[in-house]
Design a protein around this ligand. Structure first.
Ligand SMILES: *[C@@H]1O[C@H](CO)[C@@H](O)[C@H](O)[C@H]1NC(C)=O
Ligand SMILES: *[C@@H]1O[C@H](CO)[C@@H](O)[C@H](O)[C@H]1NC(C)=O
Ligand SMILES: *[C@@H]1O[C@H](CO)[C@@H](O)[C@H](O)[C@H]1NC(C)=O
Ligand SMILES: *[C@@H]1O[C@H](CO)[C@@H](O)[C@H](O)[C@H]1NC(C)=O
Ligand SMILES: *[C@@H]1O[C@H](CO)[C@@H](O)[C@H](O)[C@H]1NC(C)=O
Ligand SMILES: *[C@@H]1O[C@H](CO)[C@@H](O)[C@H](O)[C@H]1NC(C)=O
Ligand SMILES: *[C@@H]1O[C@H](CO)[C@@H](O)[C@H](O)[C@H]1NC(C)=O
Length: 447
């Protein structure tokens, strides 16, 4: 928009002068990232043709005028992120509206989510993170047929989640971030089963596709992955995340998580999940960021996780995991901080399994289900004797090799070469968004 026109409009808006007919036909208003202050004039609602109202990153205060729920049935994008609004979210979203993206992240809004959002049948992005919203998990949002992005993080929502028996609930969801609320109870397996858009079905194209209508406005969100906050300015349709961190979830991690095989980010940290890490996690072949830290998980790390070839960030710290850390793939390139706070865990990059303090699991003491068997009944001398024999043979073999190669240094080099740890394939998929775009490269083409 022309700068002087913009200024003129601004003056007009904030002096609340009557809108002439020409203003009334305005369809696109982008005043984002300015220093606008004060309350939002209700007279904005008179712009009946407005489709895009973008006022993010300003210093606007006061409440969101009620007429905004009602502003026009034309409005497609309402972006009021990172301002200083307080009070309730407007409750009067009319039936048959066109709202596709509602961004209210980073304000001081309170009260429950308005039920009339259920009228927004075109809603694809609902971002109300970082407010003071209260109430239970909005299961009813599952009936929005187009919903792809649901961000509720850092609010005061509480209680159990995903109680809907409707099989088509949340079926297009790709980004779910409900971190840092006060959600409790189990994560229902049937809820995960409904996330059909997080499952690859083989018909994906290798072409890059972004969310949004492509013309004026590209949907953007802020996500935490690989331990960093990224502002994803353009959301690739293949980008799929679940972030449940910082709640009070308990119980097992549902096995059905393995079906969501297009997941890129999975974060369950700071909850009370217990039981074993499901083997099915190894089926999440696109996973790049996995955080299960600060839970009560027990048993061994399933070797299937070595199949996660794109995994770049892993955090399993502060649980009750035991046994040797599996090696294979690039799994042994993660730093020791990925595993600390699990006293029973051993092997590279932590201490050798021989040096583990306390109850020491060994292959013949841990049953398939991870229960520690009674030592007196399960223990036999056979493995010990076998171990001795194997050690002796190995010793003799090494001695022989050292003599036959003559130079011990050459032998050391040989051994080093054999033991060299496989390097993790490096990719740059999401650059911190100075360039304003998330980049996928060096990645095998999707079929
Ligand atoms: C919303 O719009 C309808 C019809 O245009 C009108 O009857 C109603 O009073 C409006 N509500 C508010 C809160 O503006
Ligand atoms: C389930 O949700 C779909 C839309 O997501 C809706 O059309 C359908 O009526 C719902 N079924 C039930 C039984 O609520
Ligand atoms: C599920 O919903 C029903 C009715 O809506 C409620 O009575 C029940 O307590 C809910 N269960 C959970 C686990 O939220
Ligand atoms: C979280 O919920 C529990 C149980 O409902 C409650 O006791 C606790 O005070 C809540 N915590 C916060 C921070 O709201
Ligand atoms: C496969 O997934 C794509 C995108 O997720 C979807 O558009 C398409 O309808 C799905 N096809 C089948 C057969 O489910
Ligand atoms: C998981 O979420 C927590 C809390 O939001 C965050 O601190 C952590 O960095 C995330 N983990 C990864 C690997 O991104
Ligand atoms: C982890 O590795 C760092 C160096 O990479 C080392 O200083 C530290 O002692 C290690 N911690 C443990 C618990 O092994």
């Amino acid at each position: 928009m022309d700068r002087s026109l913009c200024l003129c409009l601004l003056i007009c808006l904030f002096l609340q002068c009557p809108f002439s007919y020409s203003w009334k036909s305005l369809t696109f208003l982008d005043l984002g990232s300015n220093l606008l202050q004060g309350p939002l004039p209700a007279s904005l609602c008179n712009l009946e043709k407005l489709q895009y109202l973008l006022l993010s990153d300003n210093k606007l205060t006061g409440t969101i005028p009620h007429c905004f729920g009602n502003i026009s049935t034309q409005l497609t994008v309402l972006d009021l992120r990172r301002n200083d609004f307080h009070g309730m979210i407007p409750t009067t979203f009319p039936e048959r509206n066109e709202l596709r993206n509602l961004g209210l992240n980073g304000n001081q809004l309170e009260g429950p989510l308005p039920r009339s959002l259920i009228n927004c049948k075109s809603l694809e992005v609902l971002d109300v993170g970082q407010n003071h919203i209260t109430g239970p998990f909005p299961d009813w949002l599952g009936t929005l047929p187009e919903l792809r992005v649901l961000i509720l993080k850092l609010n005061r929502l509480q209680g159990p989640i995903g109680n809907s028996s409707n099989k088509s609930s949340f079926q297009k969801l790709k980004i779910l971030d409900i971190s840092y609320n006060n959600f409790t109870g189990y994560v229902p397996a049937k809820m995960l089963e409904n996330f059909r858009a997080m499952k690859k079905n083989g018909s994906e194209t290798s072409q890059r596709q972004y969310m949004g209508d492509g013309s004026y406005y590209l949907d953007s969100v802020t996500v935490i992955m690989k331990g960093l906050e990224y502002q994803v300015k353009r959301i690739l349709t293949v980008f799929t995340t679940i972030d449940l961190s910082g709640n009070q979830f308990e119980g097992n991690i549902p096995k059905s998580i393995g079906d969501l095989n297009s997941l890129v980010v999975f974060n369950l940290s700071h909850n009370n999940f217990n039981g074993l890490i499901p083997q099915t996690l190894g089926d999440l072949s696109e996973l790049e960021s996995l955080d299960l830290s600060y839970n009560q998980l027990e048993g061994r790390i399933p070797p299937e996780v070595c199949n996660l070839h794109f995994l770049e960030a892993l955090d399993l710290s502060q649980n009750h995991l035991v046994g040797p850390i599996p090696s294979g793939g690039h799994f042994n390139t993660f730093p020791n901080s990925s595993f600390t706070g699990n006293p029973g865990l051993c092997d590279f990059p932590l201490k050798d399994c021989g040096e583990v303090d306390g109850p020491q699991p060994s292959p013949w003491r841990v049953s398939h289900h991870g229960d520690l068997l009674d030592l007196t009944s399960g223990f036999t001398w056979k493995p010990v004797v076998l171990g001795y024999c194997f050690g002796m043979i190995l010793g003799v073999a090494i001695g022989f090799l050292m003599f036959s190669t003559r130079t011990p240094r050459l032998f050391v080099a040989m051994v080093e070469d054999v033991c060299k740890r496989s390097k993790r394939p490096r990719r740059v998929l999401y650059v911190p968004l100075a360039q304003g775009l998330s980049k996928r490269s060096k990645r095998p083409q999707m079929t």
